[in-house]
Write a protein that binds this ligand. Structure first.
Ligand SMILES: O=C(O)[C@@H](CO)OP(=O)(O)O
Ligand SMILES: [Mn+2]
Ligand SMILES: [Mn+2]
Length: 523
């Protein structure tokens, strides 16, 4: 009989790098992780670029593609790549949805809402440019941009680079037939892009800003960004909302007869605002005050089972043959737990962007409510609370396969606070010790891995030698650890990535891996 259960821990944002400087993984005190690394079969696996279905190896990994790959054992072309292809082939602009969006706003305005950067995690500025120029070609007369400033997938204070770039692009398009400009915006962690219902108030603020045109008014996005930076010192992702106005009138509220495109391709932070636009009278997450009759579409469909949103421009990858479905078919009892910020990562992303369970009897999902605070102030987050409940589940004997995600390396890493991130990584280590003890008690197997790097590089590479250090808030291109505890196995030779983990889990459960999956990491 195989050892049971298998417990898999994703240490979100914990990558491997040999650099000392600003490496909050290496410089954290992590006795448990160090011991596991020293005494157990382990390797480093790829978590970025082509290995997870991104357009190029220059693309850092992220939670969506990382958990998709972990949970399905295959490499699918991901949103970033699918949208590139659909735009460059022109397919996007022959879809019924695009045509309807265009004809719907014949006498109105086309609005583009989304994350303005080239981070390629949630969106890409090139996609927005293509949408703008095609809209003009297809006869749209008025276009308005509602921009979310990034600084989380790109350098911390880079917003003006992208604002200048898109304004120059619009200036070149604008003529007596067509007029496009920025109408509103704010930092992505301040408005609109909440996820997993952690904080609907963010979405409500976004609605007031983009749709109703309520909020502090400025003559330009640049003025808004510079003013807020001077007044508050906050970085891009946290910038407060702003409305662009002329003669005290917002230049681009969203009105009946308009069309709205959310140009983000990634789903977690796109769902709530989509529900607000698509929701009928029964929508009760906040008071929308005025509900404009618009045609709304997403760049992708963010949840195909739940049909969010109703209209979309690109089909999402149809992720099939997931590990969860396979295990359900074998009668394996599964358990997934994290705190709110990463709950959907171990459920929705893990299961191929499906929020629903495959089997209500065999699967249990547990969410520990995240705090709504800047995580540099609470770098331990809910790691102890997750562990309390997970340890009970391990000891209960009710489950054969359990998975969890500790968000700390990533969520604290994104704040750019090096010292706090070290504490975040140490909190994960402390909890690993407790998990390990529980696994020992039942003679199970523990897998420790990560979905991509983040905490492993907390400073931007200095442009010149001796230049002042600048906090780095984004993910990294580094590999991640893969460790197996309490099972004497031999790692196979090869260049492995996250998509090799599903087969490995199956093998540890003494099951034949699904033939669609990439091979196991162990012999
Ligand atoms: O916070 C997020 O949305 C992304 C970064 O854009 O991080 P992760 O992929 O780790 O969820
Ligand atoms: Mn992640
Ligand atoms: Mn992240």
């Amino acid at each position: 009989m195989s050892k049971r259960p298998v417990v898999l821990v994703v240490m979100d944002g914990v990558g491997i790098s040999n650099n000392e400087l600003g490496n909050a993984v290496k410089n954290a005190y992590t006795p448990t992780l160090d011991e596991l690394w020293k005494t157990c079969p382990h390797t480093e696996i790829k978590a970025h670029g082509l290995a997870v279905g991104l357009p190029s190896d220059g693309d850092m990994g992220n939670s969506e593609v990382g958990h998709n790959a972990l949970g399905c054992g295959q490499i699918y072309s991901q949103g970033a790549k699918l949208v590139n292809e659909s735009i460059s082939s022109g397919d996007m602009f022959t879809t019924e949805t695009w045509k309807e969006l265009i004809s719907n706003c014949e006498n109105g305005t086309m609005h583009f809402l989304g994350l303005l950067s080239d981070g390629n995690v949630h969106s890409h500025i090139n996609h927005l440019k293509s949408l703008l120029s095609q809209a003009k070609k297809d006869g749209v007369k008025e276009a308005r941009l509602h921009i979310l400033l990034d600084g989380r997938d790109v350098p911390e204070t880079s917003a003006l680079i992208y604002v200048d770039e898109i304004e120059a692009y619009m200036a070149a398009l604008n003529d007596d037939q067509f007029h496009a400009c920025i109408a509103s915006g704010g930092g992505r962690m301040n408005i609109t892009m909440d996820r997993y219902e952690a904080n609907w108030a963010m979405v409500e603020k976004g609605w007031h800003t983009h749709v109703l045109g309520e909020g502090r008014m400025f003559a330009s996005a640049k003025e808004a960004i510079e003013t807020y930076r001077n007044e508050t010192g906050v970085v891009d992702q946290d910038l407060p909302p702003f409305v662009i106005a002329k003669d005290d009138q917002p230049v681009g509220t969203i009105e009946d007869g308009d069309s709205v495109i959310l140009f983000n391709f990634r789903g977690d932070r796109a769902q709530e605002i989509s529900l607000a636009f698509d929701g009928d009278e029964s929508f009760d997450k906040f008071d929308r005050v005025r509900i404009p009759k618009v045609m709304y579409a997403g760049m992708l469909q963010y949840d195909a089972d739940l049909n969010i949103p109703h209209h979309f421009l690109t089909y999402p990858p149809k992720i099939k043959f997931t590990l969860s479905e396979y295990l359900v078919n074998k009668g394996i009892r599964q358990y997934a737990i994290s705190e709110t910020q990463k709950f959907g990562h171990v459920t929705y992303f893990w299961n191929g962007n499906r929020s629903e369970k495959f089997d209500n009897e065999l699967e249990d999902f547990v969410e520990i409510k995240s705090d709504v605070v800047p995580f540099d102030q609470r770098p331990w987050m809910k790691s102890a609370e997750i562990t309390d409940v997970l340890v009970e589940a391990i000891l209960s004997g009710k489950y054969d396969f359990l998975r969890t995600n500790y968000p700390n390396g990533d969520m604290v890493g994104h704040t750019g606070d090096y010292e706090a991130t070290i504490i975040g990584v140490e909190a994960v280590d402390l909890n690993l010790k407790r998990i390990k003890k529980a696994v020992d008690a039942v003679n199970g197997i523990l897998i420790v891995t990560a979905d991509h790097g983040n905490a492993d590089e907390m400073y931007e590479k200095p442009k010149k030698e001796g230049a002042a250090l600048k906090a780095k808030t984004s993910h990294t291109l580094n590999k991640v650890p893969f460790i197996i505890y309490n099972r004497d196995v031999t790692m196979d030779e090869g260049d492995f990535g996250l998509a090799n983990v599903a087969s490995t889990v199956a093998k540890l459960l003494e099951l034949e891996p699904d033939s669609h999956w990439l091979p196991s990491i162990i012999k």
